[in-house]
Design a protein around this ligand. Structure first.
Ligand code: ADP
Ligand code: MG
Ligand code: ZN
Length: 277
């Protein structure tokens, strides 16, 4: 694989993001390969059912540290998506890394405070962090601008996020991977529906690809024109509304609401029947 934009971390290592709410840690984490990130918010979600609920933090941190120890013991490179503003939070990470002989690396997020506050104000309800809490995090992280101080805390290397090619590394990795399956379905209907979709392997006719959203035995068949690569439209299979006709009939769908209407046999759009037109 081409690795002009490789990230400079040894394998294994424990790579800790440091940044206030809204600084872009979770987006950075989203650029990394699957199963490389431990995000404290995820453990809040696991503990309480909602990543925005703060009063479960002690239990969430406990689970998070246990997951981290498991990975360190196995020598699995791990990125930490958590604010890590307070020295005690960082020390809990560096101490564990040292215990397992894995180097700890600090990445300081470089987004300006104003920008973080602005992004945070656009978050909804439970995900919005109170302004004073962000200012307190910011206050704490000013001290972390001192690289020597982070080294004293146990970080072997310290970087600023803006100096590393995270996007380049992500693009390089994705370029080397095969095209994701059901990509048009993802584009039109989103990630969650793409996750419950697969194309049929044997085509039923030459003009269309067919596939189905299927969960357990509950399914909805859709098809896409096979002749025109630029035609992203999908049709869902429905019953023909002509009495006595066994169809199948098709109706255009472009959202979860359209799929639901087709699934319920009451599509918004006109039907086109393979048998009676
Ligand atoms: N580099 C960036 N450029 C533009 N928007 C960004 C960038 N990084 C993050 N964002 C946006 O800012 C918001 C906060 O980012 P997020 O990754 O959730 O921050 P954090 O996890 O540090 O709280 C999100 O809406 C995200 O999409
Ligand atoms: Mg986040
Ligand atoms: Zn018909």
């Amino acid at each position: 694989m081409n690795d002009r934009h490789a990230l400079p971390f040894p394998d294994p290592s424990l790579v800790c993001l440091l940044g206030i709410s809204g600084s872009g840690k979770s987006r950075l984490a989203a650029s990394l390969p699957p199963y490389t990130v431990l995000a404290l918010d995820e453990f809040r979600g696991i503990a309480s059912g909602d990543p925005g609920i703060q009063d479960c933090t002690p239990e969430a941190v406990d689970l998070f540290h246990r997951a981290l120890e498991t990975r360190l013991a196995r020598g699995t490179t791990t990125y930490i998506d958590a604010t890590n503003a307070y020295p005690a939070d960082r020390r809990a990470l560096t101490v564990r890394a040292r215990q397992y002989g894995v180097p700890a690396i600090a990445i300081r997020m470089t987004t300006a405070l104003d920008e973080c506050l602005q992004r945070n104000s656009q978050r909804k309800d439970t995900r919005r962090v109170p302004g004073p809490a962000i200012l307190a995090q910011h206050e704490q992280l000013i001290a972390a601008q001192d690289t020597a101080r982070l080294q004293t805390e146990g970080f072997a290397e310290v970087y600023d996020a803006a100096d590393l090619p995270f996007l380049g590394a992500c693009l390089e990795r994705l370029t080397a991977e095969p095209e994701p399956e059901a990509d048009d379905v993802r584009t039109v209907f989103g990630d969650q529906l793409a996750a419950v979709f697969s194309w049929h392997t044997t085509p039923v006719d030459l003009e269309h690809f067919t596939g189905a959203f299927a969960v357990g035995g509950d399914e909805l068949v859709i098809r896409q024109n096979n002749g025109d690569a630029f035609d992203l439209r999908f049709e869902a299979r429905v019953r023909c509304d002509n009495p006595g006709c066994i169809g199948p009939a098709w109706t255009y769908v472009s959202s979860a609401a359209d799929l639901l209407a087709a699934y319920q046999g009451d599509p918004y759009e006109e039907l086109e029947c393979d048998r009676c037109g």
